[in-house]
Design a protein around this ligand. Structure first.
Ligand code: SAH
Length: 350
């Protein structure tokens, strides 16, 4: 029996697939057919590729595997949010979430198993970063949620946010590779403007995205525009600092012309003072941006509690007065630990 390790077929480009067939005396267009099965039709196995002969399917079987994800467990929240525990080919688990609103379905997808960053308020940060997801593993999460949206909400997926587990910019190539497949007519054909990448803010990679002329939206988890406060809750901030972050965002706007969204939780005794608001306003003035005030979802750390309604109203009032667009994001799916910052494979840990 052969002990050659079979290759993940979805790591191959269309050209490489065509070359594979030509190298075996078959016609190149077989490569196109297989590529279509793998991406557009999201086939889980070679046997379902019905326009290929039995021999061709066997040939593929001999050389390759399809490392398809499996939805291991699906939980539905009272508000309609669905959380998937997704099993990867090596048994590791990540989570992805379907968030329905009246007129859209948003997929919140993971980019890494665990996370290497150390945001104190985030449950995923408590998990060690095990590995990066491959483009096909990210793509599959989107496909699974698209199917669930059609099944449960009678409509296709409309938006994607990279706000699941992991820091997408620490898995730059694979995340951009997945987005390329998601937006390609040979994949899901979704519009880039419906995709938002959320980052904790890594200046060098924000500049790289700008240079790469990406067409999706950028959200930055700011949470504080005061150096010591931000470093206190997001310790990696010490490495880069707010000024470098700000400059990279100015660069982003210069190159792409796209506004930035700042994600921002307001916590009691952490960033609930007037000087926190004033610092945020000063920071926003540098970059065409809007602020999304996120409800904090508790992860059982008593240092963090959601600020009162009055404080949130003060934030909203002051930002508006300064001419900055502000939205308040309702928390979804918290009864099944599917809300922002709560993704941590709870079942796994027990
Ligand atoms: N690493 C990326 C994406 C994952 S986190 C990032 O930092 O942006 C997605 C969003 O959830 C971020 O804005 C993050 O700051 C926020 N978040 C993390 N923990 C949270 C919590 N417990 N409650 C509310 N939002 C949280």
């Amino acid at each position: 029996m052969s002990v050659i390790k079979k290759k993940d077929i979805r790591a191959l480009s269309k050209e490489e697939l065509r070359d594979f067939f030509v190298g075996r005396g078959e016609q190149a267009f077989r490569g196109n057919q297989v590529y279509e099965w793998l991406w557009q039709k999201s086939a889980h196995d070679f046997n379902s590729m019905t326009n290929l002969s039995k021999d061709t399917r066997a040939l593929l079987e001999d050389h390759f595997v399809i490392n398809h994800i499996e939805v291991d467990r699906m939980q539905r929240s009272a508000d309609g949010t669905i959380k998937n525990a997704v099993k990867l080919h090596d048994g590791m688990i990540v989570e992805s979430v379907l968030i329905p609103t009246e007129d859209r379905t948003t997929a919140c997808v993971s980019s890494q198993v665990g996370c290497s960053l150390d945001c104190l308020f985030c449950a995923t940060a408590r998990l060690k970063r095990m590995r990066n997801l491959n483009p096909d593993e990210i793509y599959d999460q989107v496909v699974a949620i698209d199917q669930q949206s059609k099944l449960y909400y009678n409509r296709p997926l409309s938006n994607i946010v990279f706000m699941g587990m992991g820091e997408p910019l620490m898995n730059y190539n694979n995340v951009l590779g997945a987005i390329q497949k998601i937006t390609s007519p040979e994949g899901l054909g979704m519009a880039s403007k419906r995709i938002t990448l959320s980052t904790s803010g890594i200046p060098k990679l924000i500049r790289k995205m700008a240079d790469d002329q990406v067409k999706f939206n950028l959200a930055v988890s700011l949470h504080s525009a005061i150096e010591e406060t931000r470093t206190g809750i997001m310790p990696f901030n010490e490495q880069f600092g707010l000024e470098e972050l700000r400059k990279s965002l100015e660069y982003w706007y210069d190159k792409t012309g796209r506004k930035v969204t700042f994600e921002y939780c307001v916590w009691k005794d952490i960033n609930d003072r007037q000087e926190d608001i004033d610092a945020l306003i000063r920071f926003c003035r540098h970059i065409p941006s809007k602020v999304n005030l996120i409800t904090y979802n508790t992860i059982g750390d008593e240092r963090f509690t959601q600020a009162s309604k009055e404080v949130l109203e003060r934030y909203t009032r002051c930002l508006k007065k300064a001419g900055i667009t502000v939205t308040v994001r309702r928390s979804r799916g918290s009864d099944i630990d599917a809300a922002c910052g709560q993704l941590a494979n709870k079942e796994e840990q027990q």
